[in-house]
Write a protein that binds this ligand. Structure first.
Ligand code: UDP
Length: 379
């Protein structure tokens, strides 16, 4: 009946389904345990017309022309440059921390000295990771590095990961460098936009194909059974390829243990005011137990005299809290490699996406990866 079974209707699974259905003209079944498509990109309009991201803010940005072109087949865009402020010492300053942030927080003479010294060392516009800046020995540059480390990274990272910045993969803090310019945008990619009607609508269009069938509210284990060398589907041997985008440790019954993830406890508030804050996201590194507040109307402006905000309280992943972020340690990477090894012994199995590949993929990375895996492994 089906040539392919895809577990998970998030971005990874949906791109793959679309490619197989339209490029190969083969039949795909998607099995999704939630009652909706789009995974953690899922967004929906509330009764006031505010488009809310149910699993936390998703801001699309990419330098990959091919990814942007591909997604543009399924959506129109609303140009949107993400801006984030950090609440630091009672003042809201731009993040990534840049010359504007320094000017707001430091006395003018100190700011000018730091700026001059930074530009002797780095080119204007450089994006310097905090852990690199911490290695500088000039006293003024050191002051800056210590300040940003303590006021922007240390407590936020402790909340977000339960670990100090130097204990996590450096690539994670490098996502938010110190920027040596006055560019206040959170991202600097060539393409920055949100799907005009939202991510769910974009993914719905991807899946709207006669070759794609969708089974919601179904855990893969209800219909798929893992054998030593392949899968049974509803009790019968399945001869096609399985593309799995769920948790790899769960697929193998936690044989080597549970891969650690951070999760989020999300608190939405509907407020009787037109606007709550000046930009979409305000980070609170040092105050409160949540990391940030996002106000969705900034992403998709709508005329309404109410607004919706979201506070994110990080926590660890368990039965009640979905996996969001892989936590990279030597041990977790080793455990992942063990899972990967047994997965490779199963012939027609492809692992794809944040959970199956245990990677901190952004949305554009996932699309890119899905397109590559389709060309390289599936087609
Ligand atoms: N980070 C931080 N302070 C901030 C913003 C980010 O310490 O104000 C660190 C933190 O460790 C975080 C990482 O940088 O997990 C990546 O931040 P990003 O905003 O990219 O995270 P995401 O939006 O993916 O949750």
């Amino acid at each position: 009946m089906f040539d392919y079974i895809i577990v998970g209707a998030g971005l990874a699974g949906s791109v793959m389904a679309e490619r197989i259905a339209s490029e190969l003209d083969e039949k795909v079944l998607i099995i999704e345990e939630r009652n909706h498509i789009a995974g953690n990109c899922y967004d929906e309009r509330d009764e006031n017309g505010v488009l809310v991201h149910r699993y936390g803010p998703h801001i699309f940005h990419t330098d990959h022309e091919d990814v942007f072109r591909y997604l543009s087949r399924f959506t129109e865009w609303r140009e949107y440059q993400h801006r984030v402020l950090g609440f630091i010492d009672g003042v809201k300053v731009p993040l990534p921390f840049n010359f504007n942030s320094m000017e707001k927080l430091f006395p003018p003479s100190l700011f000018h000295r730091i700026q001059e010294k930074l530009l002797e060392r780095y080119a204007y516009g450089s994006r310097v990771p905090i852990l690199e800046l911490s290695g500088e020995d000039d006293p003024d540059v050191r002051f800056l590095a210590d300040y940003v480390y303590r006021k922007v990274f240390l407590n936020y990272t402790m909340k977000q990961w339960g670990l100090r910045p130097e204990e996590i993969d450096p690539a994670v803090t490098e996502r938010v460098p110190v920027v040596l310019s006055r560019d206040d945008r959170y991202f600097h990619d060539k393409y920055q936009a949100v799907p005009r009607e939202g991510y769910t609508q974009m993914i719905r269009r991807m899946l709207n194909h006669r070759n794609i069938k969708l089974l919601l509210n179904t855990k893969h284990s209800e219909v798929l059974e893992l054998r030593d060398d392949g899968f049974n589907f509803m009790g019968r041997e399945f001869h096609g390829r399985v593309i799995f985008t769920g948790k790899i440790d769960e697929l193998f019954n936690y044989t080597f243990g549970r891969l650690p993830y951070r999760s989020l406890d999300l608190h939405f508030d509907r407020l009787d005011m037109e606007w709550f804050q000046e930009v979409a996201t305000v980070n609170y590194p040092n105050d409160y137990d949540f990391t940030r507040i996002t106000e969705f109307k900034h992403l998709h402006p709508v005329k309404a005299d109410v607004t919706v905000t979201l506070r994110e309280y990080p926590c660890s992943h368990d039965e009640r809290n979905d996996p969001y972020y892989p936590v990279f340690t030597e041990e977790s990477r080793k455990m992942y490699r063990e899972y990967r090894k047994i997965a490779e012994e199963i012939g027609d199995l492809t692992l794809l996406g944040r959970l199956a590949e245990y990677r901190y993929y952004d949305m554009d990375d996932v699309v890119k990866r899905a397109l590559e895996v389709f060309e390289g492994e599936v087609r």
